[in-house]
Design a protein around this ligand. Sequence first.
Ligand SMILES: [Fe+2]
Length: 326
Amino acid sequence: MRMTTDRATAQAAEPIAGIEVKPAAGHIGAEITGVDLAADLDDAVIAAIRAAVLRWKVVFFREQHLDHAGHIAFARRFGTPVVLPRRGKASPLGFPEVETTADRLELGGRFGMDHEEWLHRRRHTLLRGWHCDHGARIDPPAATILRADTVPPYGGDTTWSNLAAAYAGLSAPLREFVSTLRAEHRLGVGYQPRPGDDAYVRHLLDHQIATHHPLVRVHPETGERILYVNGYYVDHITGLSRAESQALLDLLVDQAVRPEYTVRFRWEPGSVAFWDNRATIHLAPSDTAHLDHPRIMHRVMLAGDVPVGVDGKPSKALVGSEPGVW
Ligand SMILES: [Fe+2]
């Protein structure tokens, strides 16, 4: 994905090759109409979608008819799909780029918990669910393209937040200060273990992933400064005392998810969301477990770069990941 913000803004204003980009909120999100993602799309259409993703951070399409092959083919127009070595068991054979989430009991069930316990042990505060995909890796995916297959008639919305707007909204002295800092991102931060032998803790120890990322990263395509925090992977800010780190992180994550920087999307079968995973965090829904209705989603992610800070220095892997190796 390579395109400047200026061009993105210009393109968002007028239809290109029949597609229309309609902003959905003040700082983030746009719905794109007039395009069939299963078709063999012109380069001009792909460029317009790219520009909209960079400008609006997440774009939405409705009533699409992608199958797995079409989903992967669409993703390939924008980058290299990630092939995960381990996927949820609902994921389709023969399409290693597609990860399917279907059974809400699957993850907790693997570790001897029902879904509710799993959720509560992982997501015990309001902010814990906010994440970018695979954010503890040295090279988190550049983008995620998620398509809804089967969804409940209500509930299950996803919310995204614009981390460039959140950074810009800080005061100048704080912007300058946080731009000098780095933070440790780690898989499993904040998980509340079960008493005794916890299978998930063992799993975390066997699959540790941790990286020092800049607290403010420079977006590799737009050049924007991104407040690179989330509620899920960030353990502490390095070089500060534990208390200083916690107070500052609380402030920054609160800032990152202020309602004015967010957009919320209601899924229908055939909906597709395409987001810049470098410039956003998102909150998966937790309001559907009691609805007793299947929710089947298919995800393709695009490989991403190693983040770079304002000082020009890249992130440093601590354990468990290396660039381009999944
Ligand atoms: Fe996610």
